[in-house]
Design a protein around this ligand. Structure first.
Ligand code: NAD
Length: 407
């Protein structure tokens, strides 16, 4: 082993919530021993039980045998404080999405861990460089962005900070391989590759609700295209309240017209599948999303209240706006060097966001359409709806040379 390579045998996970639980299982399944810390001992106890229950369930399903389950659970231990984890090779932090909290934890860990240890955050969107700046080892700080549920979802976004060293990225890719993940390296920007592209896609869906479409209609259209879930069904699964609370906490974004339907749903306690109601209704214990006329009435009242004159919106427009929003942002991500290739972007969308596999991902889909055609369609949207549709420079350049994102 050269001096600059990193081997990960022992890890620690900070945070025993939704993500921490899945991440601990990913590590234990890959043969890495894990120490687990949460500042809420009750949470840690519940989380350990949840992990044990998951392994027992896997045994009942015949997916692993009892010996394997015992070996996996034996790799997981809880720790009362950071001193107990000072010898680990890697820490993955998965506490609340708050920059100051993460910086505080990284600062403290930096003072305790051995010099060769790596520090990773599972943040969904925060600035990795700002987190790294809290330490004296920024070359050994990176993002390891797992997707929920982390032990099931294949995608791992490895976020490269400005100072993250190549050897650290290599160690992360190696760990990704051991965990059976599809790993994609992303540069550091708000939302990285996946969530940054998701933002304009969801924005279009939300705007169309106000202009005249219905949640079920938009979801059915995108699911008809082949998406595993439409955007509103996806929000029901993730929890509509997460972004609502984040906007509340940040003290901004709550007044935007596009989030008014979400706000009203959350004010009614309709947080999504977990609360039995969201954009859809769910019978107790069921994951079956049922159309709820009350939601249509709410959409109508919010949209009319905001002064929209509703119009019929067809499937063609829904697909055009949602898909071109994804492609245009993907092209910007590529031209900025946030993603290394169109293939990487497609891997993110195929393995983390339910994009239809047979279409190859948003960038491959755009190539199939032809970038000259995509460019023309973006210009048409720009004329009708404004600047946000200005085609990414890269699309214009590739189209002019008769090329695609891949070729
Ligand atoms: P969560 O609320 O389910 O869990 C957070 C845990 O952190 C809690 O158990 C809490 O007790 C613990 N905690 C808080 N402060 C702590 C501290 N100072 N020290 C130790 N433990 C502390 O959160 P989550 O959904 O698991 O999200 C965790 C991180 O993962 C966030 O940064 C989030 O943005 C990111 N993420 C979430 C998802 C998702 O779908 N939930 C997906 C990808 C990434």
């Amino acid at each position: 082993m050269s001096q600059t390579s990193f081997e990960i045998r022992q890890a620690a996970v900070i945070g025993a919530g939704t993500m921490g639980r899945g991440i601990v299982m990913c590590l234990a399944n890959a043969g890495v021993s894990v120490q687990w810390v949460d500042n809420n001992p009750q949470m840690l106890e519940q989380a350990l039980k949840a992990v044990t229950d998951t392994y027992a369930h896997n045994v009942r399903q015949g997916r692993i045998d009892q010996v394997e389950a015992d070996a996996r659970i034996a790799r997981v231990s809880t720790a009362a404080d950071y001193v107990a984890i000072r010898n680990v090779d890697l820490v993955i932090e998965a506490v609340y999405e708050n920059l100051e909290l993460k910086q505080k934890i990284f600062r403290e860990l930096d003072g305790l861990l051995k010099p060769g240890a790596l520090l990773a955050s599972n943040t969904s969107a925060l600035d990795i460089d700002a987190i790294a700046a809290a330490t004296r080892r920024p070359a050994q700080v990176l993002g390891l962005h797992f997707f929920s549920p982390a032990h099931i979802m294949k995608l791992l976004e490895i976020v490269r900070g400005a100072r993250t060293s190549p050897a650290v990225l290599e160690a992360a890719l190696e760990l990704g391989k051991r965990m059976g993940k599809v790993s994609v390296v992303s540069g550091n920007c708000h939302g990285f590759i996946g969530n940054r592209m998701l933002h304009p896609y969801v924005l279009e869906a939300r705007k169309m609700l106000l202009e005249g479409a219905w949640p079920q209609q938009i979801d059915a259209t995108l699911q008809g295209f082949g998406f595993a879930m439409g955007p509103f069904r996806m929000y029901d699964v993730v929890g509509i309240d997460l972004e609502w609370r984040a906007r509340e906490l940040a003290g901004k974004g709550q007044d935007a017209p596009e989030v008014q339907v979400d706000n009203r749903l959350c004010e009614l306690g309709r947080f999504g599948q977990k609360s039995g109601n969201g954009y859809y209704h769910y019978e107790p214990g069921s994951r079956q999303a049922e159309h709820d006329p009350e939601v249509d009435a709410l959409v109508l009242s919010v949209s009319e209240g905001l002064g929209f004159h509703r119009r019929d919106i067809g499937s063609e427009e829904i697909l055009e706006r949602c898909l071109l929003a994804l492609v245009n942002e993907g092209a910007k991500i590529l031209q900025e060097g946030i993603a290394e290739s169109a293939h990487d972007i497609d891997q993110v969308y195929l393995n983390g966001y339910g994009f239809p596999a047979e279409r190859g991902g948003p960038m491959a889909w755009a190539d199939d359409q032809g970038l000259a055609d995509i460019h023309k369609r973006l210009l048409a949207l720009e004329t009708r709806q404004g600047d946000q549709w200005r085609p990414a420079q890269l699309i214009g350049e590739l189209a002019a040379r008769g090329k695609g994102f891949y070729l």
